[in-house]
Design a protein around this ligand. Structure first.
Ligand SMILES: N[C@@H](CCC(=O)N[C@@H](CS)C(=O)NCC(=O)O)C(=O)O
Length: 224
């Protein structure tokens, strides 16, 4: 498989999930500002949607949309799905919430937008995080087992911390637990991202370089 990614972006969750699944993959970085990959290809020729993640399967078929990409990884590595008869459905429920509510709520922060919209986004994200905190079922979001939803939540919590959004204690604990996983630390190293300890307590509002890079890239891409 091949993962097209941008540093610190939602594609970090796919990197983590692939590693946790034990699925070998190669990678190529995408510069969202220029629209070029690190080998100089026009990324839109590979993915007309213009955004990461893009996963290329071994047979050449491509997959986009983080919910789909993480679902595929979980299908190939059932230990990354929650247990129970509703496990697969609970996973879809959690991934959908993180993607279509939480991730999307960051969009006004990722692009140039006015103060009112930014404040509304910050409040919305804080409210969504409260909802999620109330749903944590155990050590991880969906119970005692780490799932691909935890990888996605981890990435979104990184963003929340970097924007200074107060993260509920239950999710801060979750973040620490996920970040302590060796393959998560490896994934951060692979994208040259500092662990949270190096960027300050989550929720402290300290900005990290990689997120700034993603934001600048996304804004520039939209301005094109
Ligand atoms: N609907 C897509 C959205 C993915 C997305 O927002 N990717 C961001 C990085 S986290 C991106 O590549 N943004 C660049 C752009 O939209 O121009 C998904 O869920 O996978």
């Amino acid at each position: 498989m091949k993962l097209y990614y941008a540093r610190g972006a939602c594609s970090l969750s796919d990197r983590i999930a692939l590693h946790e699944a034990g699925i070998p993959f190669v990678q190529e970085r995408v510069d969202l500002a220029s629209g070029l990959t690190e080998t100089g290809r026009n990324f839109r020729e590979l993915n007309p949607k213009g955004y990461v993640p893009l996963l290329v399967l071994d047979d050449g078929r491509t997959l986009t949309e983080n919910v789909a990409v993480l679902s595929l990884i979980a299908d190939r590595a059932p230990h990354l799905q929650p247990e129970g008869d509703l496990g697969r459905i609970r996973l879809l429920e959690a991934l959908s919430f993180i993607s279509s509510e939480l991730h999307v709520a960051f969009k006004p922060l990722f692009r140039e937008s006015g103060q009112t919209r930014r404040e509304a986004a910050l409040n919305r994200i804080a409210g969504l995080l409260q909802v999620l905190a109330g749903q944590v079922r155990g050590d991880f979001l969906l119970g005692g087992r780490f799932t691909v939803a935890d990888a996605y939540l981890f990435v979104v919590l990184r963003w929340a911390g970097q924007f200074g959004i107060v993260v509920p204690a239950r999710l801060t604990d979750h973040f620490r637990r996920v970040e302590a996983r060796p393959l998560v630390r490896q994934s951060l190293r692979e994208e040259a991202l500092p662990p949270a300890a190096a960027i300050g307590r989550i929720g402290s509002g300290l900005a990290a370089g990689a997120l700034g890079e993603v934001l600048r890239s996304a804004s520039a891409a939209r301005a094109r």
